[in-house]
Design a protein around this ligand. Structure first.
Ligand code: SF4
Ligand code: SF4
Length: 293
C-alpha cells in the first residue's frame, strides 16, 4: 500500500512509544480516564454501563471521573508506573460529545506533565469542529471508529445521531456521520495528528464492506486500521448477532492489508483501563459499586 508521508520527529517518537500505535511498545502502559459519559450517536451494538466491576469491553467503566479526579488518578499512577506513556480518553461515551470535560482533563494533565502523549477516541461526528483545538491541546493520536463509508450500510448500524441539537435517523443520519468522519480524518492527517481508524466487523452487515472502509481511510491519510469483532452485549440491538471468529477477522485483515497497515493486538479495553495491554490493573483502582436496592 501507498505509505503516508513521515510525521514530524516528535510525533514519530510518540507513535513508537504508544502501546497501541507502536509495534514494539508493548511494555509501555496507557491509562484511559473515564471523563466522557455522554454519546451523540447510538450504535446498534453498544450499551454503556457505568458500574460494572467484571466486564472488560469498550463502553464500560466503574465510575465517571471529574477532570480534577482524573488528574489525581493520573498523578497517582505516574508515581507507581514509570512506563506510563499515554493518557487516553475513550468514553465510556464519546470524547468529543463531552468536549468541556475532555479539554479540562487534558489541560490539567498538560500543566503537570509536559511530555505525556495524549490520545482520544471518537465516533468522529464532531471531529471537523474540534481538530484545531485538539492540536492546540497537544493531542497527537486520535482513534476514529468508522464502520461504513456507504450510508446505506451505515443506516443498518446507527440507530440515530444527534447533531447540532437535531436527531437524524436512517441514511440521512448515517450520511452526516460518515461525511464528518471522513472530513475529520483528512483534517487530522493535515494537522500531523496520527489517526487510527477502528472498524467493528458485524457479520452480514458490514463484513464485506470493510475493504472499502480501509481503502478510504488510507486515501485520507490515516496511519492504520484496527478491524475488530463486535462483542454481542445483552440488551443491545445486535445482541443476537454472531461474533465473527478470530479466523474470519484475520482473513479480513489480510485482505485489507493491501490498503493500509493493520493493527492486530487490540484488546478492546474498558474506558477506565490502566497498565500495559496485557496487564490491566484498573480493577485495583475501582471503587466497589453501591449495592443495588
Ligand atoms: Fe457507544 Fe461509542 Fe457508538 Fe457512542 S459511538 S454509541 S459510545 S459505541
Ligand atoms: Fe489500544 Fe485497543 Fe485498548 Fe484502545 S482498545 S487502548 S487501541 S488495545
Amino acid at each position: 500500500f501507498k505509505t503516508r508521508p513521515a510525521p514530524p520527529a516528535d510525533i514519530h517518537a510518540k507513535t513508537a512509544s504508544h502501546p497501541c500505535f507502536g509495534e514494539h511498545a508493548c511494555k509501555n502502559a496507557r491509562v484511559h480516564l473515564p471523563v466522557a459519559p455522554k454519546c451523540n450517536i447510538q450504535c446498534n451494538y453498544c450499551l454503556r454501563n457505568f458500574d460494572c466491576m467484571n466486564e472488560s469491553r469498550p463502553g464500560v467503566a466503574s465510575k465517571i471521573l471529574t477532570p480534577a479526579e482524573a488528574l489525581e488518578r493520573y498523578m497517582k499512577l505516574k508515581e507507581s508506573m514509570p512506563n506510563l506513556t499515554v493518557v487516553g480518553i475513550a468514553g465510556p461515551g464519546d470524547a468529543l460529545a463531552n468536549f468541556e470535560e475532555t479539554r479540562e482533563t487534558l489541560r490539567l494533565i498538560r500543566e503537570y506533565d509536559a511530555d505525556i502523549t495524549f490520545c482520544i477516541a471518537t465516533n468522529g461526528l464532531m471531529l471537523p469542529m474540534y481538530v484545531p483545538e485538539l492540536k492546540k491541546l497537544g493531542v497527537s493520536h486520535v482513534t476514529v471508529t468508522v464502520n461504513a463509508v456507504d450510508p446505506s450500510v451505515g443506516a443498518k448500524i446507527y440507530q440515530h445521531i444527534n447533531y447540532m441539537g437535531k436527531m437524524y435517523t436512517g441514511t440521512e443520519g448515517a450520511s452526516i456521520l460518515l461525511a464528518n468522519q471522513l472530513a475529520g480524518i483528512k483534517m487530522l492527517a493535515d494537522a500531523d495528528i496520527m489517526c487510527k481508524v477502528n472498524c467493528v466487523a458485524l457479520k452480514g452487515i458490514n463484513d464485506r464492506h470493510i475493504f472499502e472502509v480501509t481503502k478510504q481511510a488510507a486515501a485520507l491519510g490515516a496511519f492504520m486500521t484496527n478491524i475488530m469483532p463486535h462483542i454481542p452485549v445483552r440488551g443491545s440491538s445486535f445482541e443476537a448477532l454472531d461474533r465473527m471468529t478470530n479466523m474470519e477477522i484475520k482473513a479480513i485483515r489480510e485482505v485489507c492489508g493491501i490498503n493500509i497497515k493493520q493493527m492486530a493486538h487490540c484488546r478492546q479495553c474498558r474506558s477506565d483501563a490502566a497498565g500495559t495491554l496485557d496487564e490491566d490493573i484498573s480493577i485495583h483502582l475501582r471503587e466497589k459499586p453501591a449495592p443495588k436496592t
